[in-house]
Unconditional design. Structure first.
Length: 489
């Protein structure tokens, strides 16, 4: 076993669940248990919510100065940095991500963004803005205050557990909210590490509560009247349920949902660099990323050339246990997720698309939830595989004849999370990017990093609200206007 947790983290203490249930956490590459995690009930979730409510209404956290909150959050960031090797090892085993991905997207980047939230965003965020004087019967003045929303329910997904946990915790805690964090049942261990880190950093009791569990635990978080804001990452199907469940109590809801993001490759693009991005978004964490660019639209005159450039590196991909240094793609997160991907591949074939590469389980691996990186051609944008999210290592290539058609195909989707544009002419690329209905657009690869100030979130069915940076913190703040008279007529 790599990590064992037998208790929930509620009110600053490690406590048994109501029924004492502890389940194994399965390594998706080997199907062997790598840890133990407690399973919370609806009653446990209520206890966590009540602890967060008490900590917000009666505890010190919301009233601490910016400097005091920042110091505690920086201690948390330092504690995570000291345990980075442990977190990387745990992430590889828990999610099946390869070591380079575990070191960067899974752990390094979110920890650096958490530190940035505490070190730069929080101290500079305008929490009090003076109003201009008003004149009427007398003279008045006032301020606009930004105050913490209250109790925040944070529900994260399985694919990037530490990243998603910290993208929610960082801004919620910085804003002064108290929180109940509910990780995915399949990747809960990295969340419970944060409970230990909160203890070490001196986070006040009840400010962070961690409860794992099933759908009942989640529905308590989205319906309980003591919760003020819900931040959810997951599928659009579940996101709609979260929105519906939160509606009777008019909770603030932030939804980071699915995507079927388009990657537009123009006729003047650097095709080798564009091909690298196509391969990366196919194999990175086995395609389990909502913002991955999984619909590649390429100018018809360059289609065959791009296809050749993509097929060669795909054939060199090594599948297997990501704990091995030579493995370049790991498994899907669960058996059920692999079955969903396989069903969609069969649907694509039945609807007339052609598998140009992959599409099967690797014959040499008899354990683990693996599937080959897969490439579809002869795809029409009306096909199911062009409209539904795979959440697996599957890419589709479609041709277009001019920029207008590329934009039309890209925008013909119920999703609008991310998009990419590849063109030598920067003005052309910028113009196409402006026309794409997506919340996050990269031009010629976007510089190769995740800017902590770049708000992340979607248009249409890809969600509501934004994460990262000041925009992410703003989601956890209320606006209050206070006006007083200074002179009367």
């Amino acid at each position: 076993m790599i990590k064992e947790y037998r208790q929930l983290f509620i009110g600053g203490r490690w406590v048994d669940s109501e029924h004492g249930r502890v389940d194994p956490v399965i390594n998706p590459a080997t199907e062997d248990p790598i840890g133990l995690a407690p399973v919370g009930s609806r009653g446990d979730t209520i206890r966590a919510i009540e602890a967060a409510r008490d900590a917000f209404d009666n505890g010190p956290w919301p009233g601490l100065s910016v400097a005091e909150r920042s110091r505690i959050l920086l201690r948390m960031a330092s504690a995570m940095e000291k345990r980075i090797d442990e977190l990387v090892t745990l992430n590889i085993a828990e999610t099946g991500c390869t070591r380079p991905g575990a070191q960067s997207f899974q752990t390094g980047i979110p920890i650096s963004h958490f530190r940035d939230m505490a070190e730069r965003v929080l101290p500079t965020f305008p929490l009090q803005v003076p109003l201009s004087p008003s004149f009427g019967a007398g003279i008045g003045q006032g301020v606009v205050l930004r105050e913490p929303f209250g109790v925040a329910a944070l529900i994260s997904a399985y694919n990037f557990p530490l990243y998603l946990n910290l993208m929610k915790l960082g801004p919620a805690l910085a804003a002064g909210c108290t929180t109940v964090l509910k990780p995915s049942p399949t990747t809960p261990l990295e969340a419970f590490v944060l409970g230990e880190i909160a203890e070490d950093a001196g986070l006040p009791d009840g400010v962070l509560n961690i409860v794992s569990g099933d759908a009942d635990a989640s529905s308590e978080l989205t319906t309980n009247p003591l919760v003020d804001v819900v931040s959810f990452t997951g599928s659009d199907t579940v996101g709609r349920k979260v929105f519906e469940q939160a509606a009777p109590t008019l909770k603030k809801v932030v939804l980071e949902l699915g995507g079927k993001s388009a990657n537009v490759v123009c006729d003047d693009a650097d095709l080798r660099r564009a091909a690298q991005s196509v391969v990366r978004d196919t194999i990175l964490h086995a395609g389990q990323g909502c913002a991955f660019l999984t619909r590649t639209l390429v100018h018809r005159s360059r289609f065959d050339e791009l296809l050749r450039l993509v097929e060669e590196p795909l054939s060199a991909i090594t599948l297997g246990d990501p704990a091995s240094a030579d493995v370049t793609m790991g498994p899907l997160g669960s058996a059920s997720q692999r079955e969903r991907v396989e069903e969609l591949i069969r649907t694509g074939i039945d609807e007339g698309a052609t598998v140009a590469f992959g599409g099967r389980r690797p014959a040499h691996l008899d354990k683990g939830y693996f599937i080959e990186p897969t490439l579809f051609v002869d795809v029409d944008n009306s096909m199911t595989i062009a409209r539904r999210e795979f959440f697996g290592p599957v890419m589709i290539l479609m041709p277009f004849d001019d920029d207008d058609e590329a934009v039309q195909i890209a925008n013909d989707s119920e999703y609008g999370l991310a998009a990419g544009v590849w063109a030598h002419d920067p003005i052309r690329a910028h113009g196409i990017g402006r026309r794409l209905h997506a919340g996050y657009v990269t031009i010629n690869g976007g510089g190769g990093g995740l800017n902590p100030d770049g708000p992340f979130g979607g248009y249409k069915q890809s969600g509501l609200g934004r994460e990262r940076g000041a925009a992410g913190m703003d989601e956890f703040l209320q606006t209050k206007t206070m006006i007083w008279g200074v002179a009367s007529g």
